[in-house]
Design a protein around this ligand. Structure first.
Ligand code: OGA
Ligand code: MN
Length: 289
């Protein structure tokens, strides 16, 4: 019988401890205090861990709003959400508050496989969530590895998808938002944008699948009807168990993920009276190519 070795991370780090969370993606980082300013060495090491593992989890962080913003900015410029104005934290426009309490979802429920804001011409590079309230084991967030999704498609499918482009629109987000009376209605949405179906990661050069259920309406030059089953198939393929890390939240976790090579999904399995509160920040990215 083959013996399965637990492979260590391919890089070792001076400034923190890293433990892989599962075979698909995701690593836990300990021994770093995100409340402290970053220096170049730490920033470089964190970025390289981020590029390798796609989702980094920092447990037991004690940071203020300003410190979350400062940490977010070590990776680039903050990108505000163009549509969820009602989610902006008072006094901190750079932080979105996603909350569930007493049977109500404030500012979106995210039980759909998606990558954030791909309806923008220049969608985000990374997202960060700082957990302020949760019942542990309820409302986990799942992440999937879109490099592996691409790598495990057949050669024929990859060749077919390679030149294809998809339309991304915020119409579905608007519909989901406006269906709930307690959300501020989104009145106008920007025109849809076109992105490649396979994107090249600007920092690693690796190819990743780049479609999602939230924003892709159709492939360019195809109808929505024709596109639907292929979008569904690709999302289904990307989100097989082998390509997923499921994060079980604890209060004070900070999790950051690479929007260029993952999708995520929130498991809405909590009771009506449970409180879940996340503070989200977002870093702007590059135009996908
Ligand atoms: C998001 C999102 C995930 C969560 O912030 O973009 O989808 O766990 N939320 O609340
Ligand atoms: Mn999201």
């Amino acid at each position: 019988m083959d013996t399965i070795e637990r492979r260590a991370p391919t890089t070792s780090y001076k400034r923190f401890k890293l433990r892989r969370m599962c075979g698909a993606l995701g690593a836990e980082i300990t021994g770093v205090d995100l409340a402290q300013p970053m220096d170049d060495e730490l920033r470089t090491e964190l970025n390289s861990a981020f590029l390798e593992h796609l989702v980094l989890c920092f447990p037991k962080q004690n940071i203020s709003n300003d410190q979350q913003i400062a940490f977010t900015k070590t990776f680039g410029e903050i990108q505000p959400h163009p549509l969820y104005r009602s989610a902006e934290m008072e006094g901190y426009r750079d932080i979105l508050v996603l909350e569930h309490k007493a049977g109500q979802f404030f500012n979106g429920r995210n039980d759909i496989w998606h990558t954030d804001m791909t309806f923008k011409e220049v969608p985000p590079k990374l997202g960060m969530l700082y957990c302020r309230a949760v019942d542990e084991g309820f409302g986990d967030t799942m992440f999937c590895n879109m490099y592996k999704a691409y790598d495990t498609l057949s050669e024929g499918m990859r060749a077919m998808l390679d030149p294809m482009k998809a339309m991304h629109s915020s119409a579905l987000l608007q519909r989901r938002n406006n269906a709930k009376s307690y959300n501020i209605p989104i009145k106008e949405i920007p025109p849809p944008v076109i992105h490649p179906v396979i994107r090249t990661h600007p920092e690693t050069g690796r190819k990743a699948l780049f479609v999602n259920s939230s924003f892709v309406t159709n492939f360019v030059d195809m109808t929505e009807e024709e596109s639907k089953s292929l979008v569904d198939y690709l999302v289904d393929h990307a989100t097989q168990h082998e390509r997923i890390y499921r994060h079980r939240w604890r209060v004070d976790d900070l999790v950051m993920w690479d929007q260029r090579a993952t999708m995520h999904y929130v498991v809405i399995d909590y009771d009506a009276d449970m409180h879940r509160r996340m503070h989200r920040t977002t870093v702007a990215g590059d135009r996908p190519f």
